[in-house]
Design a protein around this ligand. Structure first.
Ligand code: GDP
Ligand code: MG
Length: 337
């Protein structure tokens, strides 16, 4: 029973003080590279082993279980921006972690139409936390390049999605406004491409992350209210198989649920005009809409304080920093084959 409890963790308010730690910066651990083959350019994945070592073999991380929270989805949709709130929460030593005069920063985010994030990045600073039994675990934040940007192929997107899913225990799939049939179709393609949830990696028991469909700029709160319950009901409804659905749509739903047995949703309001249209917007919390800030705070509680944090396991064994290092190398070679 205790083992089961231990696999799901929640950050106790008693986070370790890490005054001795470096400040933290986003480190690229995966880069998409170009290779010439005949007359064609083919993309490959390159692991930055030095950067990954710096994070996973850090003396505070290598011997303890690691919880990686990842965000993925189309580009220019506020993924890196949102991670700035998570960082703010993890950095804060007090219960009031977000104030009016705060600025959201961390992973580079920017307005406009050009891609900012490329490959996969992890915040260099691990957050060492304790569960209620006093057991330590390290929380790491992972940012991914937006899928479907102009420079990425479907295969690049699938590989980035697959790798980040294999490493993480919470995978946030960031979607704008509505969960569309296309989003589900792409998700199915990614899971199949990466052979996620199959024997290739699982060896029977490699736990897949909890998949959180995070809907940004949700526009129908009268139908499904903002937040966790609305999100759960909305996602359940969308993923429902009905007798009227054509077989293709049923298959998509079945495949997603098979690969990600633990699926949930969260609905976020629009952040406000300043965030989206103001050229000089620099992340000031007071310029954001109040209800956006309120629901981001609830999202943070949902992810970090409510037993969402599941450790990665292989054959029932919790993976520590150094184990993840080994697996990450194996995953990258597999996806480059
Ligand atoms: P990413 O490419 O998905 O990582 O996007 P970024 O985090 O770099 O943000 C892209 C732009 O989206 C920035 O101008 C943000 O201010 C803006 N943004 C952030 N959050 C939201 C949101 O919830 N809704 C909308 N419409 N825009 C957002
Ligand atoms: Mg980004």
């Amino acid at each position: 029973c205790r083992r089961r409890e231990m696999s799901r963790r929640q950050i106790s308010k008693k986070m370790e003080r890490r005054d001795d730690f470096e400040k933290g910066e986003p480190l690229q651990i995966i880069k998409v590279t170009d290779k010439k083959s005949g007359g064609d350019i083919i993309h490959g994945l390159e692991l930055n082993e030095e950067n990954l070592k710096r994070i996973l073999l850090h003396p505070f991380v290598k011997d303890i279980p690691v919880v990686i929270i990842s965000i993925t989805g189309a580009f220019r949709k506020g993924k890196s921006f949102l991670l700035g709130f998570f960082l703010k929460f993890l950095e804060a030593q007090e219960s009031v972690w977000l104030k009016e005069n705060d600025k959201i920063k961390g992973f580079e985010w920017r307005g406009g139409t050009e891609r900012v994030t490329s490959g996969i990045l992890i915040w260099s600073k691990p957050f060492i936390c304790q569960d209620k039994f006093g057991e330590k675990f390290a929380v790491l934040l992972m940012d991914t390049q937006g899928i479907f940007d102009r420079e990425s192929t479907m295969n690049d997107s699938a590989r980035i999605f697959a790798l980040s899913s294999l490493m993480s225990t919470v995978q946030i799939y960031n979607i704008m406004q509505q969960l569309q049939e296309d989003d589900l179709k792409n998700l199915k393609f990614f899971t199949e491409f990466g052979k996620l949830g199959t024997e290739t990696f699982s060896d029977g028991e490699f736990n897949m992350p909890k998949l959180v469909f995070l809907i940004r700029d949700w526009g129908c709160p009268y139908e499904y209210p903002y937040g966790e319950d609305g999100g759960k009901n909305y996602v359940t409804k969308i993923l429902e198989e009905t007798t009227e659905q054509p077989k293709e749509l049923k298959d998509i739903r079945r495949a997603i649920k098979k690969c990600f047995p633990d699926v949930c949703g969260f609905l976020l309001p629009h952040p406000g005009k300043a965030v989206v249209t103001k050229k000089m917007f620099d992340g000031q919390v007071k310029e954001m809409d109040d209800d956006f800030v309120e629901y981001v705070e609830l999202l943070v509680q949902y992810i970090f304080l409510r037993n969402m944090l599941v450790t990665k396991k292989m054959n029932g064994r919790e993976l520590k920093g150094e184990d993840l290092m080994m697996y990450m190398k194996a995953f990258v070679s597999y996806f480059n084959e």
